[in-house]
Design a protein around this ligand. Structure first.
Ligand SMILES: [Zn+2]
Length: 130
């Protein structure tokens, strides 16, 4: 497991939220995949990323069953976590009409690590259609 700094611990372990428009992947549209910062499980591809203008990276789908949804304690929002290690990623919203999939995974940049397409081997690029 990766050693996290204090702010990463706050977001990933204590379900904190980075300030809007502050994260390194908010306005970032390179081709590649986004993996969990804690365990490096692939979570999202650049294909699913779109501009939600909300201040956090937005994805309209996740990879396989690697992102798990959990109802918040207040029952109002649905939290998303890494299905492998349980790290907090953000929240998922549906019915907003941003894309055809009508789903927005609103994710903290700090929960993710981006791996550019040219760092992935051929079979992974094929798997993720990159
Ligand atoms: Zn993880």
């Amino acid at each position: 497991m990766k050693i996290l700094n204090e702010f990463e611990k706050h977001v990933l372990l204590e379900k904190g939220t980075e300030p809007p428009f502050s994260g390194e992947y908010n306005d970032f549209f390179e081709h590649g995949i986004y993996v969990c910062k804690m365990c490096e499980t692939p979570l999202f591809t650049s294909d699913s990323k779109f501009s939600g203008h909300c201040g956090w990276p937005s994805f309209d789908s996740s990879i396989g069953n690697n992102v798990k949804e959990v109802l918040d304690q207040d029952g109002m929002r649905t939290e998303i976590i890494c299905a492998n290690c349980g790290a907090h990623l953000g929240h998922v919203f549906r019915g907003e009409g941003f894309t055809m999939k009508n789903t927005r995974h609103c994710v903290n940049s700090i929960s993710l690590i981006f791996i550019p397409k040219d760092k992935l081997n051929h079979s992974l690029r094929t798997d993720y259609n990159l």
